[in-house]
Design a protein around this ligand. Structure first.
Ligand code: HEC
Length: 361
């Protein structure tokens, strides 16, 4: 579920239906130090901050154009309104407060945001880029949407210690590709497998992920390492560039599902397709530089109500939640069973919170 933050609310069809045009960037709000035009680019390279909705106004029941809400053992956490609405959005926040929220997961009142917000990844966005991103957010039309308070079953897990954020981002080459892929576009959120405990398995970086979706279904983020048999070793660097910018790969492959959404974009149609040729090439060069890993991501066997044996955990889950368990539910359960085996007691709330911190970076 850690990638649910990237689950954009609707695809291209919705954008077309809504007639959302490319954003015309206004000048930065007074006092905003950043450049909103550069910030719009960072926003696109980040795939459009889709959890907050196509209108970026956060969660509201009924779905698009509003954002997502997240539920789990921790409680429920709705995505917040990040438009410039002064009452229900972030219109009154200072640049420093917005930057602190994006990179350090702290809100305007100094409260820790629940780590579904990817601050451990965005922490590594440079001062220059995050300042521009904030200037861009200031230009997003205000939408009044009062998002309900989160409901937590325990304290917010403490943020892991991280080095200071970089002042500037690399200008080119492999370093830039690594920066974009890991601190801005977050390819690993969908393409890196997770350990049984739910943390990213960096020994298999970008070797393929399983992405839980609503209703117990899955999407596969394929292996994008250079392994020839299981990855995309046979793709040229230009093939990767074309895929990121146009959504079409070799052999008639098209970017569908979530990849289609991050390529096409959410708010204003801003997504990977706007990457400059140089940046797309830098990301492609980075993909070509990481170790080939032979690995095929596989979704766990779907546990449907019909398939669940009476009295089984799956059947109990179905009865309690009215839906089949997702991959994340199954991973959570396996974690709690391992915990019990190791510690001789079931995990308490604090244990769950610690687990959530490391499994949902
Ligand atoms: C929100 C989740 C998500 C993010 C973020 C994401 N991808 Fe993907 N990616 C997918 C999914 C899902 C597919 C499979 C699409 C399909 O089957 O049409 C995919 C497919 C691909 C493919 C095609 C692989 C093949 O074998 O067909 C490449 C290459 C790729 N992604 C590269 C990237 C890169 C590089 C980034 C970061 C710049 C990235 N992706 C970010 C979810 C994501």
């Amino acid at each position: 579920m850690k990638i649910r933050r990237l689950v954009l609310l609707a695809g291209v069809a919705m954008l077309v239906t809504l007639g959302v045009a490319l954003v015309t960037v206004a000048s930065a709000a007074p006092g905003s130090a950043g450049d909103p035009v550069k910030g719009q680019y960072i926003f696109a390279a980040a795939g459009g901050c889709g959890c907050h909705g196509i209108n970026l106004a956060g969660y509201r029941a009924g779905g698009a154009p509003f954002g997502e809400t997240f539920a789990g053992p921790f409680g429920s956490v709705p995505a917040l309104n990040i438009t410039s609405d002064k009452n229900t959005g972030v219109g009154n926040w200072t640049d420093t407060q917005l930057i602190d929220a994006i990179r350090n997961g702290v809100d305007d009142g100094g409260n820790a945001l629940f780590p579904i917000h990817p601050s451990t990844t965005l922490h590594f966005m440079s001062d220059a880029d995050v300042t521009d991103l904030v200037a861009f957010l200031r230009t997003v039309p205000a939408v009044s949407n009062k998002v309900s308070d989160r409901q937590l079953n325990g304290p917010v897990p403490p943020a892991p210690p991280l080095p200071p954020s970089p002042p500037t981002s690399p200008a080119g080459g492999l370093a830039r590709g690594r920066y974009l892929a890991t601190a801005v576009s977050d390819c690993g959120a969908c393409h890196t497998p997770t350990t049984p405990q739910g943390a990213p398995d960096m020994s298999k970086m970008l070797a393929g992920g399983v992405i839980p979706r609503e209703g117990g279904t899955f999407e596969i983020g394929p292996n994008v390492t250079t392994d020839n048999a299981t990855g995309i070793g046979y793709w040229t660097q230009q093939d990767i560039v074309t895929y990121l910018k146009q959504g079409t790969g070799p052999n008639g492959r098209t970017a569908d599902g979530l990849m289609g959404e991050v390529v096409a974009g959410g708010f204003g149609g801003l997504g990977f397709h706007q990457l400059t040729d140089a940046d797309a090439a830098a990301i492609a060069a980075f993909l070509k530089s990481i170790p080939a890993v032979s690995y095929v991501p596989k979704a766990p066997r779907p546990a449907s109500a019909a398939a669940a044996a009476p009295g089984s955990w799956e059947a109990q889950f179905q009865a309690a939640h009215g839906r089949a368990p997702t991959a994340q539910d199954i991973a959570d359960r396996n974690w709690s069973l391992d915990f019990f085996a190791k510690n001789g007691r079931p995990p308490n709330e604090a244990d769950w919170m610690a687990y959530w911190l490391q499994s949902r970076p």
